[in-house]
Design a protein around this ligand. Structure first.
Ligand code: IFM
Length: 446
């Protein structure tokens, strides 16, 4: 199974989930509601009116899910904390029962020899904070840092890797520009500030960690190369704009303490003049960068698409996933090599990579998902290619451990290595999970 160039010893093999997508029981044991709890109750917001109320019932079945992780032979599990379980009002009072859930989860992982990687924010802002303006409020970085400190104090003795924010580009653009995600706001004025406050929140949490923590902290960004669909100057320029918009909006301030100038052109008068002092803090050194990679952007110029005037197209002559995302493993190598140029000394983890397909139902205790097997095999080869070219890649987390709630698309898009029957909560291993387990074992045996 392992070919000539195995992954390095100590490479971390894992799988990932996020709280709202798998836990269910969003108000159990004194938890406060999140913006997703609220958004899923907005008519028309989610396909079929589905919610995360039950999801995978990971809140009730976490022990069995940890057994699945152990059965797959994984080194690490990346999960997120529901802010409102720990601080029901978002600030102030700590809910001991909510915190205990994560204490048990971390202890359960360690008992099974699995390292926790914790994401502090995977999009489920407490609703009480949204009532105070959410990420538009300039106090939001402090709220986040206070919340983060509660977790650092409670768990850093047992947690080796912390991720401040997951894909802040998505929570900014889908949450506040297009309105497709919670809190469902639309417009140009808020997104620049939402992004900036999330970056300040990240920086405040990193600063707090330097005072309190003794392991590693980073951030997970969704990154993908942008390729123009044609040679025309208009399409080429559209791809460059989309690259600044998606890949550089968050990365440039973190690495270099400045936003790409293209953003001022894209947002026009809505682009503020941000304080230099904020940008200096945002540039605080990280221990690692998390890369979430799924596909590339194949881009054309489109004046109807505002504010970017660029649109991603789905190629009809290339394999695509159930999300209509092109299967493009070479883009993972390209992304990692681009990062090596930009931040040569920063270790990288692939914190998400995976694919949704219309899987068949389980038969005789197995789900056959050959396209996901191919997707994983090809992306693992692409990751190894980057390693061979000197990228300091430290680990890989498949998205996702379980089929789960895919945000505004509900439960139909299945990303799991493990199939979930949402009526019975029965878990069934997919062929891709068996492939991943064998691949990891082969690396260890090499
Ligand atoms: O399910 C999401 C996850 O929450 C964030 N990254 C992308 C995944 C697939 O869309």
């Amino acid at each position: 199974m392992a070919d000539d160039h195995p992954f390095p010893r100590g490479f971390l093999w894992g799988a990932a989930t996020s709280a709202y997508q798998v836990e269910g029981s969003p108000l159990a044991d004194g938890a406060g509601p999140s913006i997703w709890h609220r958004f899923t109750r907005t008519p028309g917001a989610v396909v079929n009116g589905e919610t995360g109320d039950r999801a995978c019932d990971h809140y009730g079945r976490w022990r069995a899910d940890l057994e699945v992780l152990a059965e797959l032979g994984l080194d690490a599990y990346r999960f997120s904390i529901a802010w409102g379980r720990v601080l029901p009002e978002g600030t102030g009072r700590v809910n001991g029962k909510g915190l205990d859930f994560y204490q048990r989860l971390v202890d359960g992982l360690l008992e099974r020899g699995i390292q926790p990687m914790i994401t502090l924010y995977h999009w489920d802002l407490p609703a009480a904070l949204d009532d105070r303006g959410g990420w538009c409020n300039p106090d939001s970085p402090r709220w986040f840092a206070d919340y983060a400190q509660v977790l650092f104090r409670a768990l850093d003795d047992r947690v080796g890797h912390w991720v401040t924010l997951n894909e802040p580009w998505v929570s900014t653009v889908l949450g506040y520009l297009s309105g497709d995600h919670a809190p469902g706001r639309r417009g140009l004025a808020e997104p620049p500030w939402v992004a900036h406050h999330q970056l300040c929140a990240h920086a405040e949490a990193v600063a707090a960690y330097r005072a309190l923590g003794c392991h590693q902290i980073g951030i997970s960004l969704n990154l993908e190369p942008q390729h123009a669909v044609s040679d025309t100057a208009a399409d080429q320029a559209a791809a460059v704009r989309r690259h600044a918009f998606i890949n550089r909006w968050f990365l440039d301030p973190i690495l270099f303490g400045r936003y790409p100038t293209a953003l001022a052109d894209i947002f026009g008068p809505a682009w503020p003049d941000f304080p230099d002092a904020d940008l200096a803090r945002i540039q605080a050194p990280l221990d690692f960068l998390g890369v979430n990679y799924y596909s590339r952007g194949l881009v054309c110029h489109d004046p109807a698409e505002q504010p970017l005037q660029a649109r991603r197209i789905t190629p009809n002559d290339r394999p695509c996933t159930a999300m209509d995302w092109e299967v493009y493993p070479a883009g993972l190598t390209e992304t990692l090599l681009w990062l090596k140029q930009r931040c040569p000394t920063l270790p990288i983890y692939i914190t998400e990579n995976g694919a949704a397909f219309d899987d068949p139902d389980p038969v005789a205790g197995l789900v056959q998902d050959p396209r996901r097997v191919d997707y994983l095999r090809e992306h693992l080869a692409a990751a190894r290619l980057a390693l061979e070219q000197g990228v300091d890649l430290r680990g890989y987390f498949a998205w996702s451990l379980l089929d789960n709630f895919e945000w505004s698309l509900g439960y139909a898009k299945r990303f799991g290595l493990v199939h979930v029957d949402f009526a019975t909560q029965q878990r069934t291993i997919k062929a891709s999970a068996a492939f991943y387990r064998a691949f990891i074992q082969a690396q260890r045996d090499a």
